[in-house]
Design a protein around this ligand. Structure first.
Ligand SMILES: Nc1ncnc2c1ncn2[C@@H]1O[C@H](COP(=O)(O)OP(=O)(O)OP(=O)(O)O)[C@@H](O)[C@H]1O
Ligand SMILES: [Mg+2]
Length: 631
């Protein structure tokens, strides 16, 4: 679809969604769609829920967040259940400020932004529709028009509880513009938009001395005082603070704890009583979600100050720790790279995984459990199976440190190091070793890392490097076998022919020359030794295999490569062992002969076609593995 067509469709869609009517019409609508009267918190909760919830091993996974936030499902579940769900039910938590606390670059701002963008979209849907008194700068809830003494009756008829009082401005408009006839007051559907300052606000503190509370609650409009005669005329007031504008939706409070106390007190009153004081007016009711974020040290110093006690009890703190799974961390990097200007650079396979291994190690606490080291713990956390441990052990490991994930290396650091390596060396391709090297160099310049941490981190770089060595060797070996299954099958057939001749005391016939040969003892032993079968045990092992073959034959089944577990293992190991020498020689020779050159080219082609390398990174990989095997 062309962009112009899309623009047109969008405009038509906006037209289609518009709604305007009198308060009486609105009440009819409400009968039909009772959800349109929900509170801001309830709307946020339903927005999250409507996007879909998946249950996995008793854990809830919210699709709303999983598109952009990885590996933090447990914190998200807690946040949704303990805060949003309870708040949606009008429980007391709704009256507290939601404070997300987590380490730097741990996704707090991302989470808040998702909520904002989500609300903008949701307000355009049937279920997320929001209606407001027309022309009100605070998009006031139309139900505030119902006078207090009728609210019980209203509840009985509509089943909706009304909270909050009609604002001074709309009170005046009701009298002046509508002659007191509530049913005639115009109501319109509104659509949240941060750009248009409808239902979504952001407040970030600036210099505490110069910052004005007006930024939050609006201010007197001096140019109109003369017209209206008095400062306490609500028409002479601009209800354009962030708290006003965010009414019905949400307000993000950036760096809340860096803020001057007087600001915080305003917020307190708002959240606690659902209203705030502006100018010389009666309290203004507001219904909005307030989300702030902070890091742990800032939070600790805030609560250690006695003066902040009252504030503290009005805040709900939710921890947003780092992700602790290697595979999810890799996804985070991929996403960040895709969003950055690095997306044209070739990143060799495993480079991000190896970086993630390092990062996750810096975030994990030393396990207390017997026999588990940091690397095993890392694997268990990532859902890999580790011999001797099960999901029960995993849960126990998690219990050991409930605060895990609040420290360590942040994802932005890794991305910065990758980009610095690329920029500095003008690379068009970067591999795992480049990434680790750049991370290491960065550690020395990193001001906020203590000496002990630096030592630990350097260790983790070596561990990650060792992991990479294993991965790299396997990768090259795989690429060396033209067709792994084919080779395994040929080797096994050969072995079985020999075993059969050996057991039946027969001779074999050479398929090419037709000459008779004795069974190839050397070949059979070279396979059997791979799984530790001794000279004394070889006869029994070979006989057992023959019995298995005839048992298969009786049942009309074919004995193949997968029919005998230990034999399969032996064949596999033998293949890799044979390969090792070829790989070693081929990859490390400086002056390859013709056949070696051919092999190298084949392997490189396979790495490129099947394993995601480009020619630079494939050549680098081969050279590296060659040097590893010759150590
Ligand atoms: N768990 C995660 N899943 C996906 N992306 C993440 C995650 N954690 C961090 N990121 C990415 O890291 C970058 C930094 O995240 P963000 O700015 O949201 O962090 P923050 O907690 O607000 O940090 P700060 O404390 O510095 O303000 C973003 O690009 C974000 O997408
Ligand atoms: Mg942030």
């Amino acid at each position: 679809m062309s962009i112009l067509k899309k623009i047109e469709d969008f405009r038509e869609e906006e037209e289609r969604l518009k709604w305007e009517g009198t308060f009486a019409d609105y009440l009819d609508l409400l009968k039909e769609k009772p959800w349109i009267a929900q509170t801001a918190h309830s709307r946020v909760y339903h927005m999250i829920k409507d996007a879909g919830v998946e249950e996995e091993n008793g854990r809830k996974k919210y699709a709303f967040f999983s598109e952009q936030l990885y590996g933090v499902e447990e914190s998200i579940e807690k946040l949704v259940e303990e805060y949003f769900h309870s708040a949606a039910k009008r429980l007391d938590v709704r009256k507290r400020i939601l404070l997300l606390m987590g380490p730097v670059s741990g996704g707090k701002s991302t989470l808040v932004t998702m909520l904002k963008r989500g609300l903008e979209q949701y307000s355009k849907t049937e279920r997320g529709a929001v209606y407001a008194i027309k022309g009100c700068p605070m998009h006031e809830d139309p139900l505030h028009l119902i006078p207090n003494h009728l609210r019980q009756d209203f509840y009985e008829e509509y089943g909706v509880k009304i909270e909050g009082n009609l604002s001074p401005l709309n009170m005046m408009r009701l009298e002046e513009e509508y002659g007191g006839r509530i049913e005639d007051v115009l109501v319109e559907r509104i659509f949240f938009s941060e750009d248009k300052r409808t239902g979504i606000g952001t407040f970030s503190p600036s210099d505490p001395k110069s910052q004005d509370i007006a930024d939050l609650t609006g201010s007197i409009d001096f140019s109109t005082i003369a017209e209206y005669g008095s400062e306490s005329d609500p028409r002479a007031y601009r209800f354009d603070g962030e708290l006003n504008k965010a009414n019905r939706g949400m307000m993000e409070f950036q760096e809340m704890l860096k803020c001057d106390e007087k600001f915080l007190w305003h917020l307190l009153s708002l959240t606690q009583e659902g209203n705030f004081k502006a100018g010389r007016f009666a309290l203004i009711s507001a219904d909005e979600l307030i989300v702030a974020h902070t890091n742990e040290s800032e939070y600790r110093s805030f609560i250690s100050n006695k003066k902040n006690e009252a504030l503290h009890s009005r805040i709900i703190v939710m921890k947003i720790p780092y992700n602790l799974k290697v595979s999810e961390e890799e996804k985070i990097y991929k996403k960040m790279i895709a969003e950055s200007d690095l997306s044209h650079v070739h990143i060799a396979p495993h480079a991000l995984k190896v970086a993630a291994i390092f990062t996750i190690l810096t975030r994990l606490q030393e396990p207390k459990k017997q026999g588990v080291d940091l690397l095993k713990k890392m694997r268990l956390y990532d859902g890999e199976s580790v011999e001797g441990y099960n999901s029960q052990d995993l849960e126990e490991l998690k219990q050991e440190y409930p605060d895990e994930g609040m420290s360590g290396i942040d994802p932005r650091y890794v991305i910065n190091r990758i980009s610095s390596a690329i920029v500095r060396k003008q690379l068009t391709s970067i591999n795992a070793l480049d990434v680790l090297r750049s991370i290491k160099e960065g550690l020395n310049q990193h001001a906020s890392i203590s000496k002990e941490d630096r030592e630990r981190y350097l260790d983790f770089i070596s561990i990650a490097r060792k992991e990479y060595d294993t991965i790299a060797k396997k990768e090259v070996q795989k690429a060396f076998v033209y067709s792994y299954d084919e080779s395994a099958k040929t080797l096994m057939d050969n072995y079985l022919d020999n075993v059969e001749a050996y057991c039946n005391k027969n001779k074999l016939r050479d398929p090419l020359t037709g000459e008779e040969m004795t069974p190839d003892e050397k070949l059979m032993r070279s396979i059997e030794e791979q799984i530790g079968i001794s000279e004394n045990a070889k006869k029994a092992f070979r006989e057992e295999i023959l019995i298995r073959i005839s048992a298969y034959a009786r049942k009309g089944k074919r004995f193949d490569y997968n029919s005998h577990e230990r034999l399969r293992e032996a064949i596999q190991k033998k293949l890799f062992a044979d390969l090792k020498d070829i790989v070693k020689i081929t990859t490390s020779t400086k002056t390859p002969d013709e056949s070696q050159l051919k092999k190298i080219n084949e392997v490189i082609a396979r790495l490129i076609d099947e394993h995601g390398y480009n020619s630079v990174s494939a050549n680098e990989l081969l050279r590296y593995v060659g040097s590893l095997l010759n150590r």
